[in-house]
Design a protein around this ligand. Structure first.
Ligand SMILES: [Zn+2]
Length: 307
């Protein structure tokens, strides 16, 4: 089989995928990109003031925001690499590149959690001081406003293009505004004469960073170990068996980067023609894709029902 000699044959294995709604994807990507720039600016302002004031609460919040940016960055880089077309040496394409990028991001996030924890504990133990409280509180306010603006923007775009991922991401940013409020609370505490409040805020920020780390790591490990979300197999199998002509179906699935690859083994009556089996296969693909929207790649394997 040579890729070059296909002529008017269809795309091999339909790799370009169905449901590749590129206009919506472009808009989602723009939303993620614009948000990442906003969050990066927010995080850098906080980082600079954290260094100036010695506030570990602010440091933790800055690292959290920058961790969130790095996850978006990985999605971005992954998207670019994963667009490369399949070839003889990479017959399934490059989609797993995104998972590898995610793994690197997870390591950076855990490292920043450890850093925040160590610095917070040390500051508490050594009764470290915090200066420039006014700047610090202003920087935390930047964190609150920055995350709120980003959350509203992502929610708007997400609702318009019906992207559950973007809406969830907006909720995440909304929670992150609370995290910045925590950093602010620590600094206000210091201003009110409680010098330990900033160290405690730093520990709370550590928990927030760990939360991001857990989420990212869980998703990536699941994908890399060929795991799928609950209910996917049941939904795909149910959809396949609803199709006229399919007597029974076995389904398995796994992630390839952001593509869910679904394999359907469909049992047909023994006297089904090859032509009919092919059109039942198309019908199954359509049914599975609408029952499991993330299934962009369905492999149909017809089998004869045992007599
Ligand atoms: Zn976050």
């Amino acid at each position: 089989m040579h890729l070059a000699t296909h002529g008017q044959m269809p795309e091999p294995f339909g790799v370009t995928g169905r449901g590749d709604d590129s206009a919506d994807r472009k808009e989602a990507n723009r939303a993620i990109g614009v948000s990442a720039i906003g969050l990066a600016a927010t995080g850098l302002v906080e980082l600079a003031i954290a260094v100036l004031s010695g506030s570990v609460g602010l440091l933790g919040d800055a690292l959290h925001n920058l961790s969130d940016v790095s996850t978006s960055l990985a999605v971005f880089v992954g998207l670019r690499v994963s667009k490369r077309r399949p070839s003889d040496t990479h017959p399934y394409g490059w989609e797993r590149a995104e998972d590898l990028a995610g793994l690197a991001v997870a390591l950076v996030i855990w490292a920043s959690a450890v850093l925040t924890a160590v610095i917070s504990v040390r500051k508490l133990a050594e009764h470290g001081t915090t200066s420039h409280l006014g700047y610090g509180i202003a920087a935390a306010a930047v964190g609150i406003v920055g995350n709120q603006v980003v959350a509203r923007y992502k929610l708007g775009v997400g609702r318009r293009i019906h992207s559950a991922a973007l809406v969830a991401d907006a909720q995440h940013s909304w929670l992150d505004a609370l995290s910045s409020a925590g950093a602010m609370l620590g600094l206000i505490g210091v201003a009110l004469g409680l010098p330990w409040a900033d160290g405690v805020a730093g520990l709370a920020m550590t928990l927030f960073v760990c939360h991001v780390g857990l989420e990212v790591t869980r998703d990536i490990v699941r994908h890399l170990t060929d795991g799928v979300e609950d209910g996917v197999i049941q939904a795909a199998g149910g959809a396949a068996m609803e199709v006229e002509g399919v007597e029974h179906a076995h389904v398995r699935a796994r992630w390839m980067g952001r593509t869910l690859l679904v394999e359907v083994e469909g049992y047909l009556k023994g006297d089904t023609t090859l032509q009919a089996s092919a059109s039942i296969g198309l019908e199954v693909e359509r049914a599975v894709a609408s029952a499991v929207p993330e299934a962009r790649f369905v492999v149909w394997s017809p089998r004869a029902m045992p007599a």
